[in-house]
Structure formats: C-alpha cells, structure tokens
Design a protein around this ligand. Structure first.
Ligand SMILES: Nc1nc2c(c(=O)[nH]1)N[C@H]1C(S)=C(S)[C@@H](COP(=O)(O)O)O[C@H]1N2
Ligand SMILES: [Mo]
Length: 423
C-alpha cells in the first residue's frame, strides 16, 4: 500500500475528504456538452466542506469562487465560502501537501520553517513553538490578483480563470508578527539583501514545472504587519487554506500569502521561478491586447502584483435584481492596500455624471473590508449604480477598468457598474 508522508494511504484520504466520490465525475474539457454544468463535481466534492454553491473554475486544481449573493451575507467570510486557489492538482494526482493529510490531522507536529538564505546564522522555527508565542490578530482581505479577470475579456481574452468579484474574502487571521520574530532569531542577513523569498510545501505536479515561490521587498510597509498565521476566523487554518502555517501579508494579493510555509530566505534578487518572473506581474506601461503576452514581461518592464489596488464593489442591489421604487438601499464594500486610509467611496446613478459620497462604516482595521452604504430615491425603470473608492493618496479606480488590461488579467479595479431594475 502506498503511504503518504503523513501516514495515510491515498484511498483513505480520498474517502475522508469525499474526493473518492468525485473522481468518477470529473469531465475534462473537450467532452463538453449541454448538460456539463449539471455533471460537473460540486465544490464540496472537490474540497471537503465547501458550499455546493461555490462557482468551480477548475476542478482539478480546486479553483473556486464565492458567488456575490453569498459573499455579501457575512462580514467575515466563512471557510465554507472562501474562494480557493491552488496551483497544483488537489485530486491526489499531484504532489500537493494537503493530499498527504487527513482532515483534522494535526499538521503542526513536526512542521518547521527554515529561515536562511544570505544570512550568517540560518535557523529553523517549529510551528509548535510558534503556537506558544503571543498571537496577534489581523483582519484582512484575501484576494486573488486575478479577481475580476473576466471583465478584461470584453477587450481581449487572457489565460487564467474567469473570476468575477468573488475571488476574495474578509478574514480574521491570528499568528506571530513576522519581522520581530525574524529579528529575535539574530540571523545577521547580508547588507545586500533586498527581498524575503517564501516557499510552501507544495511542489509542481509535473517535473520541471514552476514552483509556487514568491519574493517581496523587505521595505514593503505591509511587511511590518505580516504574520506567520496559525488561525483563520478563530480556528486552526483549514489545510486547503494553508494550515498549519501561512504567511499573511495583509494588503498584499493572495499569491504573496504563501500557504503551507516551509522556507523563508533572505535574498538579493527575486526568485527566478516563472510564477514570480512571468506570472503575477503587471506591465508598467499600457500594452497592446493580443500582441503583448506574459512571455514579454521582464523585471524592467513590469512589477509583481504586490499590494491591492483601490477597489470597491456593489453588494446590493445585485446585477439584474428588481427592487421596489422609493428609497433604495445601495451598499457594498471597499478596500485598498492599507498603506493609507481609504478616504471616500462615491456612488453614481447617472453613469458618472454626478457622484454622491457614501457613508463608510469604521473598518476592523486598515486591511479589512470597509462597508459602505447610501440610499437613493429612485423611480421605476432601468438603473445602473456605479461605485468608486478613492484613498487618502488620491489613488482611485479607473472609470473604464479595461484601461489596465494586461496579459495576465491581473489587478482589475475598474469602477463597478451594476445594472438593476426599479419596479
Ligand atoms: N503554497 C502555496 N501558496 C499559495 C498558493 C499556492 O498554490 N501554493 N496560491 C496562491 C494564490 S494565487 C492565492 S490567490 C491564494 C489563495 O488563497 P486561498 O485559496 O486560501 O483563498 O493563495 C496563494 N498562496
Ligand atoms: Mo491568486
């Protein structure tokens, strides 16, 4: 019997997670037919515990997003509804860490994080020791840099999943502040060091495939608030979301928040991994759709997707909804990279000709969702609500989100435009 590292054979694991039932249901592209949606495995069959109402983008990789009508129901996104993005197969065919563990397994035992790179004294940190240290809470948005990608497709198709706005959630993370911990280790990094490079336990399913390994500048303001997170929403982080230990850099796009953290290295340069050098980068200048590809991205003409762009979405009304005439409640959430405060959220009901300032609820912290609301007296007919956030540095959202089209489909933060009907 093949045993995995954690001592569970694959079949037991599949059974425990409900994956065994899903195996026979997976339909590969190419066998598409009208009934495909009904045949596709539901989210819960792919990742144990996920709501069957999640929108599955990629069954093999377990990529799924939260429908807005569910996302808007919770101030903190419950684990059943949190979007998921993994780069390697979750169906047991890939060398993915969570396929080696059973749900409920205590992954903290024996898990260590090696801290090294260009330092004089490399060290390692036991997760069991981390758990004994003082824990700090951060409320922050987790968001895929590809969130909203499908809206770019109005201009030109890009590779990657067709995310709408549900590739994000608002979460409570708890763990040990990263920088003070690194300082206490007295590693003596070389003066030439500019980046921290983080790696997780997952490895590419195909030999020679790009590893999911990420570098970020040591000077990033958000790093001061980064934690080695052990808990999400008051519980140990679910394995699929990076348990037992995940790097959480609040205000930074999902891909920088490395799950199943095993290595932290002080480095002079960004990791050469293609996931750093070609994927998850934004061109510095506008590029021609269809002509410029991710292969044309270089360290000179592009920057990694680090902090969140200023963004806001409408949670009510939802697109296509009918609402009663009279005082109509308009609401949603906004956020930015947390470096400066989110100044204002403005709402337009006349396609951007005039804007009103929405009320902002005090957020749980600089990196959290900022709920906004306003009411508008509306008469029956077709309407459209537009929302635009502006932060204290004047950073905002383009009226036409397509202007930031890029070959990876990253960083969508165009003004959200939601058509609805008043009856
Ligand atoms: N080790 C590891 N960390 C990872 C990933 C991964 O595949 N492996 N995916 C990243 C990406 S692209 C995103 S958007 C977030 C998704 O986090 P979630 O699945 O917990 O919502 O995790 C990031 N961290
Ligand atoms: Mo992502």
């Amino acid at each position: 019997m093949t045993r995995t590292a954690a001592g569970y054979d694959r079949r037991t694991f599949l059974k425990l997670t409900g994956l065994a039932g899903a195996a026979g249901l997976v339909r590969l592209p190419g066998t598409m037919h009208v009934a495909m949606a009904a045949d596709a495995p539901s989210a819960g069959a792919i990742i144990d515990g996920k709501s069957p109402r999640m929108i599955v983008h990629n069954a093999k990789l377990g990529v799924m997003e939260t429908p807005l009508e569910l996302l808007r129901e919770h101030h903190f996104t419950p684990k059943e509804l949190l979007y998921n993005r993994t780069h390697f197969p979750v169906d047991g065919s890939g060398a993915w860490v969570a396929t080696t563990a059973a749900p409920g397994a205590d992954m903290t035992q024996g898990w260590t994080i090696s801290v090294g790179g260009l330092v004089q004294r490399p060290k390692s940190i036991k997760v069991t020791d981390l758990a004994q240290m003082q824990q700090t809470k951060r409320v922050s948005v987790m968001q895929c840099a590809g969130n909203g990608r499908s809206y770019y497709w109005a201009k030109a198709k890009t590779p990657g999943s067709g995310w709408k706005h549900g590739g994000m959630g608002n979460l409570v993370w708890e763990g040990v502040p990263l920088l003070p911990l690194l300082k206490s280790l007295e590693l003596s990094p070389d003066a030439s060091v500019r980046f921290l490079t983080a790696n997780g336990k997952d490895v590419p399913a195909v030999p020679g495939g790009a590893d999911m390994i990420k570098s970020f500048p040591l000077t990033a303001p958000q790093l001061a608030d980064a934690i080695l997170a052990l808990r999400m929403n008051g519980e140990p982080i679910p394995i699929i979301h990076g348990g037992p230990v995940r790097l959480v850099i609040p205000g930074y796009y999902g891909n920088m928040n490395v799950k199943w953290l095993t290595d932290l290295d002080f480095t002079v340069e960004e990791t050469p991994s293609a996931i750093m050098q070609k994927t998850y980068r934004m061109p510095l200048e506008p590029v021609e759709p269809g002509k410029f590809t991710t292969q044309d991205l270089t360290q000179q003409n592009s920057v990694p997707t680090y902090g969140f762009a200023v963004m806001s979405v409408v949670f009510a009304p939802l697109a296509g909804q009918s609402v009663r005439a009279g005082d109509v409640e308009l609401q949603g959430v906004a956020w930015n990279d947390g470096v400066v405060s989110l100044g204002e959220v403005r709402v337009s009901l006349d396609q951007g000709r005039t804007w009103r300032v929405a009320q902002l609820e005090a957020p749980d912290g600089p990196y959290a969702w900022h709920p906004w609301r306003t009411t508008a007296r509306l008469s029956p007919g077709d309407h459209e609500v537009w929302v635009r956030a502006i932060d204290a540095w004047g950073r905002s959202q383009p009226i036409d989100g397509l202007t930031t089209w890029n070959p990876g489909g990253w960083d969508w933060h165009g003004v959200d435009r939601v058509p609805f009907r008043v009856v």
